[in-house]
Design a protein around this ligand. Structure first.
Ligand code: FPP
Length: 244
């Protein structure tokens, strides 16, 4: 990776970009290849997206790598995805750290393989003080579970007399989510032409600009990212207020 250049010609990039990486399977099918080949190329796109975001000055990049619903796929595909993740995590740690990138994980890690759980902790320890960019990887993540879990913990605290129900507001609630100290995404991109959120950052994307692109994830490179950012800059973000 190259050092992040200054980008005087462009407006400031979105602070936080979140991406639903979709279309690996269709990319492979169109080429008569097994789905695994699509996921492999998808992992290359992950690398490029991280590098591009860092170079463009994006502070947070969140990637939906494995949803809590992805366990419903055939066991062989789940194994392939976990295998790729393992290879990717092992291979990229040094370079991510050298590039001063902090890596964090959201999602329920208890169902992941012990060696992957261990890798995640090593990332958090090794990269925890890095400041150039934060890469958030959503793994066995589901937004509804995250919200229900936050509700449950708040309810337990009310039940135990540690909190009053009347003090619960949106700010307090957000502090019980796994993204507590991460700003909400400004721009949420989904590739492959599908137009839904699929249980990804439902609370956090309340005011995000949603950009749906037809490009399949393995084809999503630097130029596609820049186009999505340009689209973001054309939008008029009002957060519910009127113009002006
Ligand atoms: C969607 O393609 C993508 C995923 C299931 C998750 C994304 C996984 C990767 C990019 C692989 C490696 C990840 C990391 C972090 C190294 P799909 O299979 O749903 O495609 P389809 O809708 O065309 O079938």
């Amino acid at each position: 990776m190259h050092p992040a250049p200054s980008n005087n010609q462009r407006p400031a990039p979105p602070r936080h970009i979140a991406i639903i990486m979709d279309g690996n399977g269709r990319w492979a099918k169109a080429r008569g290849l097994p789905r695994f080949a699509g996921h492999q190329r998808g992992a290359d796109s992950v690398r490029e997206a991280v590098q591009s975001c860092r170079e463009l000055g994006v502070s947070y990049l969140t990637l939906y790598a494995f949803s809590s619903e992805n366990w419903k796929r055939p066991a062989s595909e789940v194994d392939d995805l976990m295998g790729l993740l393992r290879v990717y995590l092992r291979r990229e740690m040094d370079e991510l750290h050298r590039n001063d990138i902090r890596v964090r994980f959201i999602g329920d890690r208890s169902r992941l393989a012990p060696d992957i759980i261990d890798l995640l902790s090593r990332y958090e320890i090794t990269t925890g003080k890095n400041t150039s960019m934060t890469l958030v990887v959503a793994l066995n993540y589901g937004s509804q579970n995250e919200i229900v879990d936050a509700c449950r913990r708040l309810a337990e605290e009310v039940e135990a007399g540690k909190r009053r129900a009347s003090e619960i507001d949106a700010t307090l609630f957000a502090s019980y989510l796994q993204t507590a100290d991460i700003p909400d995404p400004d721009l949420l991109i989904r590739t492959s032409g599908e137009q839904r959120l699929s249980n990804f950052l439902l609370w956090q994307s309340a005011y995000s600009e949603l950009v749906f692109v037809n490009t399949l994830w393995p084809d999503f490179g630097r130029k596609s990212l820049e186009d999505a950012i340009d689209e973001f800059h054309r939008r008029d973000r009002r957060y519910g207020a009127t113009e002006g």
